[in-house]
Design a protein around this ligand. Structure first.
Ligand code: UDP
Length: 184
């Protein structure tokens, strides 16, 4: 679906010489607004890693399961590229500005440029909370790849953008939002 959409936008941009499109290829958007008042609130048990860790941290009964620890990575758990939602928002502002300066279609990766494993993210979250988060290790989730992260060279060069927020801030902000949400 994503590739098909990009191809459509590329055709659309070609039809008239003066059109410009930038497709931002998100990696794993996580965290919340640093004010603690904007964040995600998935229905039921979340599927994605960050919201499920946040939920598990605030609900003793929720069993957080790591989907496999036998991957060929640093600690056996899969590696993904987590990007703070505010960095992602800033990438959009840079992209909108850039559309005024060129014609055509460009696809740009938006990520942190680094891989973080499931255990690394869990441990960063535990540090922020200063408490343990229980987990079990289950089998691999079908379709999961061991490792991938974004090459953000083009984002830096073409959009003059780079991420400013790391995993600690991602966890700080996600937790601020979770606490606020729990109190509503
Ligand atoms: N993951 C996990 N337990 C969960 C949810 C996710 O171990 O309850 C792992 C999953 O196997 C993957 C990583 O966390 O390696 C990120 O998963 P997510 O679904 O958030 O992103 P995606 O895999 O789609 O990039």
């Amino acid at each position: 679906t994503k590739l098909y959409s990009e191809n459509m936008f590329a055709d659309w941009a070609k039809c008239l010489g003066s059109r410009s499109v930038i497709s931002l290829r998100y990696f794993n958007p996580v965290g919340a607004h640093s004010s603690g008042i904007i964040g995600e609130d998935p229905n039921g048990i979340p599927n994605n890693l960050m919201p499920i860790i946040a939920k598990a941290a605030s609900m003793e009964k929720l069993n957080f399961q790591i989907f496999g620890n036998d991957y060929p990575t640093r600690d056996g758990t899969p590696e993904r590229d987590y990007i703070h939602v505010e960095d992602l928002a800033e990438a959009h502002l840079h992209a909108v500005k850039k559309t005024e300066e060129f014609n055509g279609m460009r696809a740009v990766n938006i990520g942190s440029g680094k891989g973080t494993t499931v255990l690394e993210l869990l441990n960063a979250f535990k540090k922020v909370l200063k408490k343990d988060i229980k987990f079990t290790v289950g089998i691999r989730r079908e379709g999961d790849l061991p490792s991938y992260w974004a090459d953000i060279t083009l984002a830096k060069k073409f959009l003059s953008w780079e991420p400013k927020r790391g995993v600690k801030q991602i966890c700080d902000d996600a937790w601020r939002w979770q606490v606020k949400k729990n109190s509503l």
